[in-house]
Design a protein around this ligand. Structure first.
Ligand code: NAD
Length: 491
């Protein structure tokens, strides 16, 4: 069986006898490789290599670092097919979804090609008599990133590219469920000219994540994953004096006003709820139709459309949804469906208990539709992270707005309406970090930045965009005055 291991100081590193865990192909349900787990000692080796390599990398002028990032971008594009097959084979998402994901990662790489401009400081001449003030944005040193399973290529790119572009050295701990694409991306970074030691991969689980939070030479940690882990990574890293940015879970609502274009809204809702089997932080697992008439009309259309969705293996070009990532994830989603039933919601379409002919062992679930969910239900409050769609009914605009506002997660939300006035009221009143107007999955483009509110994010700033330049640098402010020695002729 193939073993996936670490990449430190420009080379593959393996420790015979280390603990391992299975990496599945969710479409077949088979174990396709074993992941070697690192520990604090291996992390220590990676940090030592990173610390030794970082000063020389930081000393390279920014235009030359940008040229390396340009080559990195070109190499990822050249290896696009290889990468999207790797991503889909471990995650289970369709190749088209992996392709879209990789592109969103590439958008950030492309933006970071502008690092010479982005990293420029500020300058004020004449801040006092003969006084000039300027600021410098210096890299932090060694920094680390811990991505989740659900974007095996995009999120490692969001994290590592800005970190190294500004002159840091980086330690990546990929998700244990999808480690291969991240590893391949790091190899490509080396091919592009990133020196050994500047990007290192330490594989593993919680133990490595915790060691990252504790290591005194790691100056900043960026994390994306579930809220519970985000909170603990934030507390641990911040408690150890690090700069920490942790994005957590989500429960994104789609609010449907009575004047919405239902034909297009339903297409968006299906994509939002069931795309990538609902395993997206930007998924739309809850809709809030306003008024009984809207609720009935939406429900009727969903009842027509959901059974037409085609489920298939990740390489099936005609499929609209693939399997979920592991048997444990599948079980967890099924138990939430049962919880919704037990709590009194109406199970309109049950996606459990079916298997894909020829792939009976794959981790497949069919789309599930639940109506009459309410605020008091745990199954509404929690993130299910699977192909489930809950309907919460509201009587008025104000009531509908209160659902995302009261919910403890605040990642993303979408309003469907034809009215600019109502849309603006919604945007102004909603307490959520990323807002779509007739637009599902409102992930901001690569030159803005991505992050939620409330329990969906801990720490300041967002991922990528100019925020990531700020996160991965520290500002030195210089106030300078030169003695005035008289006319130049005296020199
Ligand atoms: P997870 O929290 O289980 O794991 C995330 C990462 O943390 C993994 O690499 C894991 O190995 C590591 N980890 C686990 N325990 C740790 C610990 N104690 N200390 C340090 N690291 C630890 O999340 P997941 O299941 O991989 O990903 C799904 C979650 O990520 C969902 O909740 C989803 O909403 C969220 N997510 C959020 C965003 C966002 O932008 N807010 C984006 C993508 C995914």
């Amino acid at each position: 069986m193939r073993t996936i291991s670490h990449f430190i100081n420009g080379q593959s590193v393996t420790r015979p006898g280390a603990l391992t865990s299975p990496v599945y192909d969710p479409s077949t349900g088979q174990v396709q490789a074993l992941l070697e787990h690192g520990d604090a000692a291996i992390l220590g080796e990676a940090v030592a290599a990173a610390k030794a390599a970082q000063p020389a990398w930081a000393a390279i002028d920014p235009l030359h670092r940008a040229r390396v990032i340009f080559r990195f971008k070109a190499l990822i594009e050249e290896h696009r097919q290889e990468l999207i097959y790797l991503m889909s084979s471990e995650h289970g998402k369709l190749l088209g979804d992996s392709n879209g994901e990789l592109q969103r990662g590439l958008d950030v790489v492309e933006f970071m090609c502008g690092v010479p401009h982005l990293q420029k400081g500020e300058f004020t001449q004449g801040a006092g008599p003969g006084v000039n003030v300027y600021s410098i944005r210096e890299p932090l040193g060694v920094v680390a990133g811990i991505p989740p399973f659900n974007f095996p290529g995009m999120i490692p790119l969001w994290m590592l590219t800005p970190a190294i572009a500004v002159g840091n050295a980086f330690i990546l701990k990929p998700s244990e469920r999808v480690p291969s694409a991240a590893l391949r991306i790091v190899e490509l970074a080396h091919e592009a000219g990133v020196p050994p030691g500047i990007v290192n991969v330490v594989q593993g689980v919680q133990e490595v994540g915790e060691a990252i939070g504790d290591h005194p030479d790691i100056k900043a940690v960026t994390f994306i994953g579930s809220t519970a882990v985000a909170k603990s990574v934030y507390a641990r890293g911040a408690g150890n004096g690090k700069r920490v940015l942790c994005l957590g879970g989500a429960k994104n609502h789609g609010v449907i006003l009575p004047d919405a274009d239902l034909d297009s809204a339903v297409v968006d809702i299906l994509a939002g709820a069931f795309g990538s089997a609902g395993e997206r932080c930007m998924a739309m697992p809850v809709i809030v139709p306003v008024g009984k008439e809207t609720a009935e009309a939406v429900r009727e259309r969903l009842l027509e459309e959901i059974p037409k969705l085609r489920i298939g293996v990740s390489t099936d070009p005609n499929a609209q949804m693939g399997p979920v990532v592991t048997p444990e994830n599948k079980k967890k989603i099924e138990s939430y469906i049962q919880l919704a039933v037990d709590e009194g919601a109406e199970l309109v379409i049950d996606g459990r208990g079916r298997s894909l002919p020829g792939h009976e062992e794959g981790f497949f679930l069919w789309p599930t539709l639940i109506d009459h969910a309410t605020q008091s239900m745990q199954s509404y409050q929690d993130e299910i992270f699977g192909p489930t769609l809950q309907i919460v009914r509201a009587e008025t605009f104000e009531e509908a707005l209160s659902y995302p506002n009261v919910h403890h997660q605040g990642n993303a939300v979408t309003v469907f309406t034809r009215s600019g006035d109502w849309a603006q009221r919604f945007v102004a009143g909603v307490e959520v970090g990323m807002v779509g107007v007739n637009f599902p999955l409102p992930t901001p483009v690569g030159y803005y930045s991505h992050g939620g509110w409330k329990n969906s994010a801990f720490g300041d700033l967002n991922q990528y965009g100019e925020d990531s330049i700020r996160f991965f640098t520290r500002t030195k402010n210089v106030t300078q005055r030169w003695p005035h020695g008289g006319p130049a002729t005296e020199l």
